[in-house]
Ligand binder design. Structure first.
Ligand code: NAD
Ligand code: APR
Length: 234
C-alpha cells in the first residue's frame, strides 16, 4: 500500500484570507515575533500575547476552507493508500473542511496549555493570563501554540511517517523553519518521491523531485485529480 505524507504551511490558508508569515505584509512584518511567539515574550507581557492569539483565533474562525483544503478531503476519502497531513498551521481549516488524519506540529489556536502543570484544554479564548488552569488551578494559562525555540509536537510520529513514506508533498510552506524545512530531505533519504506545491519556490525547493508553482486553490485540486485518476501518487 502506498504511503503519502503531506506537509502544509500558511500558504494553503492564504486564499482563505489568513495571512502568511513571511510574504509581503506577512505576520512577521507587522509583529515582533520575539514579543508574541516566544516563551520570553509571554513572560514579559502575557496580555499582549493573549490579545495577539485571540485576534488570530477570531480571524481563523471567520475564515472558510478553500478548494485546496477541500481537495485534500477528497483525496483522504478516495485515496487507496495511507495518508497523513502534518500541518505547521494553527488554524483548524483542514478539520473544518473534513480532513480527519491531521497532526498540528505547532499546536492550534483552539487549545490552551497550563505553563505550570502542562495540562491542555480546549479554550474558546483565554481572556486573561489569570485564567486558572482547570487541573492545577494556578493562573498560568497560555495558548497551546509551539513558539520559537520550543520543540514541535508529534515529532516521533512524524519522523516515523517520513521514514516509511513513498511520497512526500509540501504545500504552501517557505521551508525556513526547522525541523519541517528538513522533511523533504528526511523523506527523500528514505526513498520517497518529493513534490512541492507552492506559489513560489521555497528555500528548500532543491530538496524536491518536482516543484509546481501556482495558487494552492488551483494546483492542489489539479494534483489531487491526477492522483485519484491514477489511483496512486507515483
Ligand atoms: P531555530 O533556532 O531552530 O533555527 C533558526 C534558523 O536556523 C532556522 O530558521 C533555520 O534557518 C536555521 N536552522 C535551524 N535548524 C536547522 C537545521 N537543522 N539545518 C539548517 N538550518 C537550520 O529556530 P526556529 O527555526 O525559529 O525554530 C525553533 C523551534 O521553534 C522549532 O522546533 C520550530 O518548530 C519552533 N517554531 C518555530 C517557529 C518559527 O517561525 N521559527 C514558529 C513556531 C515554532
Ligand atoms: N498558494 C500557495 N502557496 C502560497 C500562497 C498561495 N496562495 N500564498 C503564499 N504561499 C506560500 C509562499 O510562497 C511561502 O512559501 O506560502 C509560504 C508562506 O511561507 P511562511 O509565511 O514562511 O509560512 P510557513 O512556511 O507556514 O511558516 C512556517 O513559521 O513562524 C512560523 O509557526 C510559524 O508555522 C509557521 C512556520
Amino acid at each position: 500500500m502506498e504511503r503519502l505524507v503531506i506537509l502544509t504551511g500558511a500558504g494553503i490558508s492564504a486564499e482563505s484570507g489568513l495571512g502568511t508569515f513571511r510574504d509581503k505584509d506577512g505576520l512577521w512584518t507587522r509583529h515582533d515575533l520575539s514579543e508574541v511567539a516566544t516563551p520570553e515574550g509571554f513572560s514579559r507581557n502575557p496580555k499582549r500575547v493573549l490579545d495577539f492569539y485571540n485576534a488570530r483565533r477570531a480571524n481563523s474562525r471567520a475564515a472558510a476552507p478553500n478548494p485546496a483544503h477541500e481537495a485534500l478531503v477528497r483525496l483522504e476519502q478516495s485515496y487507496l493508500g495511507e495518508m497523513l497531513i502534518v500541518t505547521q498551521n494553527v488554524d483548524d481549516l483542514h478539520e473544518r473542511a473534513g480532513s480527519r488524519n491531521v497532526l498540528h506540529m505547532h499546536g492550534t489556536l483552539e487549545g490552551a496549555l497550563c505553563a505550570a502543570c502542562g495540562h491542555r484544554w480546549p479554550a474558546p479564548a483565554i481572556q486573561r493570563p489569570q485564567d486558572p488552569c482547570p487541573a492545577c488551578t494556578t493562573a498560568q494559562a497560555r495558548p497551546d501554540i509551539v513558539w520559537f525555540g520550543e520543540y514541535p509536537y508529534h515529532m516521533e510520529d512524524i519522523w516515523q511517517a517520513l521514514r516509511r513514506a513513498d511520497a512526500f508533498v509540501a504545500i504552501g510552506t517557505s521551508g525556513t523553519v526547522y525541523p519541517a524545512a528538513a522533511f523533504a530531505q528526511d523523506a527523500g533519504r528514505a526513498g520517497a518521491f518529493c513534490l512541492e506545491l507552492n506559489a513560489e519556490a521555497s528555500a528548500v525547493a532543491p530538496d524536491f523531485d518536482e516543484v509546481r508553482l501556482g495558487p494552492a486553490s488551483r494546483i492542489v485540486p489539479d494534483w489531487v485529480a491526477e492522483v485519484l485518476a491514477r489511483g496512486r501518487v507515483l
